[in-house]
Ligand binder design. Sequence first.
Ligand code: ADP
Ligand SMILES: Nc1ccn([C@@H]2O[C@H](COP(=O)(O)O)[C@@H](O)[C@H]2O)c(=O)n1
Length: 569
Amino acid sequence: MSVSSSTQGKQVKFYPSSSASSDSDDRSDLTEPLYIDPNLYVDIGNGDYCCPASPTTVPGRIVSSNSLESPARTTTPTRPARRQRTTSVNSQSTTANPAECIIRANNRTIYTAGRPPWYNCAGQQVEPFVIGVCGGSASGKTTVAQKIIESLSVPWVTLLSMDCFYKILTEKQHEQALLNEYNFDHPDAFDIDLLVEVLTKLKEGRMVEVPIYNFVTHSRESKTKTMYGANVIIFEGILAFHSTEVLKLLDMKVFVDTDADIRLARRLKRDISQRGRDLSGVLKQYLTMVKPSYANYIAPTMAHADIIVPRGGENKVAIHLIVQHVHTQLQLRGFKLRETLVNSYKDQPMPDSLHLLPPTPQIKGLHTFIRCRGTSRDEFIFYSKRLIRLVIEYALSLFPFKTTTVETPQGVLYEGKRMGSRKICGVSILRAGETMEQAICDVCKDIRIGKILIQTNRNTGEPELYYLRLPKDIKDYKVILMDATVATGAAAMMALRVLLDHDVPEENIILASLLMAEIGVHSIAYAFPKVRIVTSALDPEVNEKFYVIPGIGNFGDRYFGTEPSDDYL
Ligand SMILES: Nc1ncnc2c1ncn2[C@@H]1O[C@H](COP(=O)(O)OP(=O)(O)O)[C@@H](O)[C@H]1O
Ligand SMILES: Nc1ccn([C@@H]2O[C@H](COP(=O)(O)O)[C@@H](O)[C@H]2O)c(=O)n1
């Protein structure tokens, strides 16, 4: 089998790990956005939403009906499109694959789930768990890998095949291959250096370009496939355990042990139907190279295996054991973020990085309006806007100012202050953070605006990254990250992690929010101590649904006039 279980053939240049996937755009000064359409969810029949087996490329432009299209300097409170729970995808040209959780429509691909956290409670990158699956040709390695993915229910799994690393053949070797005389089962047939480089990068959570291999032409396609770091990476191949360098990168080694006659029967069927071969050619290659290489290079590596899976994909007990082990390992690595955050840092003093607006009667008065359940929507918007403006002004005052002298109309010198940097960028966490964009645009001339859409996964309770659009040179900017409210801090942490992955220095970021729960402040301050946190009020609690208590209610619903929903933070 070839590369990962998703769209083939999109070239995307390297971007930091959180740029989960991208699309081209005509605005060269913006990073290519990640499009994982939150409005398209596929019901896989049991009421659960399925998740992508592999985080990969989005080849076409997806325009969702909410205001995600491009950073804007102005924002009016529009009613965003609500996430649709579709039970079927009705276009004939549209197919939904539950295993991959990807919808392919005409020439575009839509992911139906977002990217879950790739860091722990301390905000640090967590290494993915890497499973190596080795075994003879057609032993069922890919099938086992796919069964593991299905049973894992981990939303972010990358499947990498060793086939992608077959070397480019010389003309002479190519002629041999056409005569079934080139040995594709010898270790020298693989570009191990490239494999190690790719696997290492994936383990670091980075994006990579992986060659796409064509078994019919015995060559690499001109296009490559973009792959991303994940919570789990499965690497499968006939010689997966041959190189000691590769072995070091594997956290768990699985050997698929299937009878030679079954392997040959499957290979005959597959190579004739899918790889453009004929009966005599498959037999010739098998007897002269595949079989001896299995004995010489593949079978001996069984000794490295932690688990040997007889019979391959049909061995449910073995797959269950593997899945259980992976779950335990993921738990240990701290991927259960929100749950951990909510139970941490109780009764600790507030961090120095917190800047609370003085609780003047004016601020208290505004809070009284917006917290009151009986406040009408237009009043809610009006008083929220006033409060937002104060929060933004306060946040801006924390950036460095330099002394400057101007001459007044009276011809007298006045010693004043001017902001040290003109490069300021507002980044809103959609959708509630979008309500703060107008205020920052009103007070900051020429400000750039970026957007990050993060939503909570209903099943895991974890935040997931769906959409990303940031100025390309955001690392050179002072950034005000905006969200209306912060509860556990999980979404804000994800957004901060995204900014750090785009090389924005921690000390150049201010997180601005109308209301924060104490627990959220602690979580963020612990993970990112240099990020300054600005809010107009601190509330003591977060309830079991992760709502701030006493709180404001769902800020987005109240501001945009939408129905309450668990989908949005
Ligand atoms: N348990 C099985 N029963 C029947 N056919 C199988 C089974 N497992 C795999 N196959 C088939 O055998 C072929 C090779 O399987 P695959 O999982 O791709 O093996 P590998 O990755 O080891 O080459 C495929 O056509 C697949 O559909
Ligand atoms: N051009 C090629 C490249 C490889 N092969 C054979 O593929 C086998 C590995 O793929 P599996 O999916 O079976 O693991 C390997 O045994 C090579 O002989 C080929 O035939 N042509």
